[in-house]
Design a protein around this ligand. Structure first.
Ligand code: MG
Length: 384
């Protein structure tokens, strides 16, 4: 790749979400702050939310379960979120987008995740399906920030801007406007602004590189395995080996991961500038009316990313020795959900109060989804 400078990567300022626009509207009107922008205030509200703090106790890849020795260095959902925010902010600043909005969206992107990572989410969704319902972490995140968080005497929720609520709904998926008329406020037939489009890939870049790193530290994958199966890793690993022939194997791998992260981020930005040019996107409304999202990797790097992801799936996320951990997670979520449905008086009073409007199954799922790994474990020990 030729030397890339900041100038290559700046996109037109007319493609950034401005600090004040219809997208900065809040459900409950508020006076402007004398010196802080709407999106800087949203970022702060998310960071101060209780659901945000609970991310510290939620699984990213490695679950804290009884009898499992776990390094405190492994990513939690909170540290993963902070890494996504770092990447998203850096991309937005380099491109000339609204970096406060991008950072707010990154900080909120995983706030709807239940305990025990994807195993917990799958189990909760399976239980709800018995009642004709589904668990969806984007919709749950929206409920957290509009309903469960209580930070103001006059209204429920964090009263975040429309841009942040729309970004939550459009994180890595599109809802059909026919199937979800209740979400019509979020302009389902339009593509989200670039600040929101960035988050999907900032998330991928953050976890693919972090999981290689934690995978090496946990000895669940080896550097040789990664070299063998992931050409993208091998390329940077060779480069670093050549530059530092006397470096320790672990630090050579660390530097290779850093270069890999940088390469993915740079490719994303170069590809975005190319997409904008090819599609002749001039302003925000062109972008929103365009038939597809513009933030993606180039075709070559995209296939290298997919190879890395497949490698992590077969050797880390779905490795045979992780199965026991996932089974335990499912049993706890299933057991607790059924206990609450059978005996609603086990739910705390404020959750019981939701039953008449939300129904028992949804209320039980909402309570479980908010729990940390340790809290669900303790609650299960008490209830079972
Ligand atoms: Mg994430």
């Amino acid at each position: 790749m030729n030397r890339v400078t900041n100038q290559h990567l700046k996109i037109s300022p007319s493609l950034a979400v401005p600090d004040s626009s219809p997208l900065s509207a809040r459900t409950f009107p508020e006076p402007d702050h004398p010196y802080r922008s709407h999106f800087a205030r949203d970022r702060a509200r998310i960071l101060h939310a209780r659901a945000f703090r609970r991310l510290a106790g939620k699984t990213q890849v490695f679950s804290r379960q009884p009898g499992i020795q776990l390094s405190d260095h492994f990513r939690s959902r909170l540290t993963h979120t902070l890494e996504v925010a770092q990447i998203a902010r850096s991309l937005a600043e380099t491109l000339g987008l609204n970096s406060n909005l991008a950072e707010a969206l990154a900080l909120v992107h995983d706030i709807g995740h239940p305990p025990f990572g994807h195993a917990g989410e799958k189990a909760l969704d399976a239980e709800l399906q018995n009642y004709g319902l589904r668990f969806d972490h984007n919709l749950h995140a929206l409920r957290i920030i509009t309903h469960f968080e209580e930070r103001h005497p006059a209204y429920r929720g964090l009263n975040l801007t429309l841009a942040v609520r729309e970004g939550i709904i459009k994180h890595s998926r599109d809802y059909s406007s026919h199937l979800h008329p209740e979400l019509s406020e979020y302009l389902l037939d339009e593509r989200p602004p670039l600040e929101a489009q960035l988050i999907d890939l900032a998330d991928e870049i953050a976890y693919l590189t972090a999981d290689l790193d934690d995978g090496f530290d946990s000895h669940r994958i080896t550097i040789d395995q990664a070299r063998e199966s992931v050409p993208l890793f091998r390329r940077f690993h060779d480069e670093v080996l050549h530059a530092y022939p006397n470096g320790t194997p672990r630090l050579i791998a660390t530097e290779a991961i850093k270069r890999l992260l940088n390469a993915l981020a740079t490719d994303l930005m170069l590809e975005l500038t190319r997409q904008i040019r090819d599609a002749q996107i001039q302003n925000l409304s062109d972008l929103r009316r365009f038939p597809s999202r513009l933030v993606k990797l180039s075709a070559v790097v995209e296939s290298e990313r997919a190879t890395l992801k497949n490698f992590l799936y077969s050797n880390l996320y779905l490795a045979p020795d992780m199965e026991e951990i996932h089974t335990h997670a499912s049993l706890v979520v299933q057991g607790l959900f059924r206990a609450f449905v059978q005996n609603p008086s086990l739910l705390p009073a404020d959750h019981q109060a939701e039953i008449p409007t939300e129904g028992l199954a949804r209320t039980a799922a909402d309570y479980i989804a908010g729990m940390t790994d340790t809290f669900i474990e303790q609650t299960w020990q008490r209830v079972k």
